[in-house]
Write a protein that binds this ligand. Sequence first.
Ligand SMILES: *Cc1c(COP(=O)(O)O)cnc(C)c1O
Length: 418
Amino acid sequence: MSSVISSPLPLKLTPSENIACGLSRSAAEPHHIDTQIIHAGRDPERFSGMVNTPVFRGSTIMANNLDDWEAGRQVDNPMAMYGRFGTPTTRAFEQAIVTLEGGHDALVFPSGLSACTHSIMAFVKSGDHVLMTDSAYGPTRTFAERVLRRMGVDVEFFDPLIGGEIRTLVRPNTRVVFVESPGSWTFEVQDIPAIAEEAHKVGAFVLMDNTWATPLYFKSFEHGVDVSIHAATKYIVGHSDALLGVVSANQRAWPILKQGAHDFGQTAGPDDIYLALRGMRSMAVRLRQHWDSGIQLAEYLRTQPLVERVLHPALPSDPGHQLWKRDFLGSSGLFTIELKPVGRPALAAFFDSLELFGIGLSWGGYESLALPIDKPPTRTASKNTYQYPLVRIHVGLESVDDLKSDMGRAFRRMESAL
Ligand SMILES: *Cc1c(COP(=O)(O)O)cnc(C)c1O
């Protein structure tokens, strides 16, 4: 085989082009997800045998003659031959996500938040009704309250535990039902199939922020979701070194999502996409450790005298456990603990003596984090029954015994500062 690169054709790019997964072409049986995650979105033959799809930097994509130029332009998008609509790096990542998640197609966005906001924007117009879970990621909620309402969209929040009772809120003009399960602060698990069934009766689209479970641990499209949104920043990138969003959609939602993203000029930089693809290769292995260590640490924290409650759906004691068991294939390493009433000096003693847990936003990297949540997040449709402060914990990939010791030490310091 002479250099693949010398032929202009394999490198030509259109939005509909797929980088086929070498395995799915030849395999009679679908491979285990652990195998798919290694091979999805890779085609070394196209890139001189390179294992990883390279970083393509580019805006202009040149044609050599008029026939090629005209052939590359698509009916639905005459500007298709342009870097904003994706490079081989972009398509490799989007195809990998589709392989793992099972949607029709996927698109990148520059951050998880832009993936949430622009997915909603693609579907709504003035006069539409949007239902959003009360437990949505704060900035997504703020966007709905500040931007959607300003544009004449009727935004209504609902109790995350509403289930099929959402039928009492759904209207003929309900266009989007936005869910997030579990909520990323207090971890309420939503009955997605029941909600989707009611939403679909009026033709609404179910958009889900699936960041916590990743494409591996919650299969959105098998549970009635139409658009599955990920802050790839978290577990997909996995190393706290890039911001990225990715959204996959089923066949019904795909043309609307794609049009909206293109109308707004949404795209993402090739280096960040490369980092996401690279991080994704080890995600199945990493998640098993986050899951296992998360449960072990959560169980340990339950025994601490200053811990009132642990909010973690994979614990049998959690109110969302039955739904989690029914619908999810695993658990990530993010959960929250509710403390007994302690003052700020005691809280400071706790945080200041943690050696392995940094205080920081975001999560999903290899490092452990603890985040003080000192006041209740906005809730308008459900009761905020939590006692503050809460501490949200992301369990990293360190030895869980070391993490337990670190937490144990910090709790003893907190006790002596009471
Ligand atoms: C972090 C996060 C986002 C936003 O992702 P960014 O890449 O930080 O913009 C959205 N949803 C959830 C649940 C998140 O945790």
